[in-house]
Design a protein around this ligand. Structure first.
Ligand SMILES: [Zn+2]
Length: 238
């Protein structure tokens, strides 16, 4: 039995070595070749990622951005975001397959952090912010879903995909003033179905900027029975 395990282990190593040789992977930030033990980002770049110092809660900047706009129970994010920084490379990489594996792994890291803070006792399901169906068909996947699946793994809370759908707004934009048009973009988020069984949810997105998307999603979710909502994002624009 022990001998068989050793042989299996050697074969697995040989397969990995061959895969690294045939399909070399490179870091999504610096482009250097990756070691087998590294995920889609090398350890040097990983150590330089601008991790947030804020824990989950009402005073997290994500939640604070939504104060007075929509009821919010708490917020959390992993990386500070500014254009041209390492986080910017991470977000760009989400558009490619390798980045998806990373979204999943960074999601798991977020889930483990949230688990340490006991968030699993206050959340029944994770709802990824949807992409417009046309855009999702073209790209083939929704990065927010992969992030949510990673969080689910670390947190032990299920993902509820397709609870929301992104549509072009039906309301005429022409009568609104410029600020209103900027704030309320041409998209709206509708809930699929008339009622959502989950009472306590966390909305998951890859990047949080003005909070307009989160606000619209939460409004829709509150309208179908959600009682307590939080927002969890991979990155937050500082
Ligand atoms: Zn790197």
């Amino acid at each position: 039995m022990v001998v068989r395990k050793r042989v299996d282990f050697r074969i697995e190593n040989m397969v990995h070595d061959w895969m690294d040789f045939a399909f070399p992977r490179s870091c999504v930030c610096c482009g250097d070749l990756l070691l087998r033990s590294e995920m889609e980002i090398c350890w040097v770049c990983y150590s330089q990622l601008p991790f947030s110092v804020h824990g989950f809660g009402m005073n997290n900047p994500v939640a604070k951005s939504l104060w007075g706009r929509v009821p919010i129970w708490g917020g959390y994010y992993l990386l500070n975001y500014q254009s041209g920084t390492m986080t910017s490379s991470v977000l760009k990489s989400l558009k490619y397959d390798g980045g998806l594996i990373m979204a999943n792994k960074l999601g798991k890291l977020m889930g483990e952090e949230l688990y340490k803070q006991g968030f699993q006792q206050h959340c029944d399901g994770l709802i990824p912010v949807p992409m417009h169906p046309k855009k999702e068909r073209k790209r083939g996947y929704n990065p927010a879903l992969h992030l949510a699946e990673g969080i689910a793994e670390g947190l032990g809370v299920p993902v509820v995909n397709k609870a929301l759908i992104k549509r072009n707004a039906t309301v005429s934009q022409t009568r609104k003033n410029r600020l209103e048009r900027w704030y309320q973009t041409q998209h709206q988020f509708d809930v699929v179905g008339e009622k959502l069984e989950l009472k306590r949810i966390a909305l998951v997105d890859d990047v949080f900027t003005t909070g307009a998307t989160a606000e619209r999603c939460l409004r829709s979710l509150y309208s179908v029975g959600v009682e307590q909502a939080s927002v969890v994002s991979l990155a937050f624009t500082i």
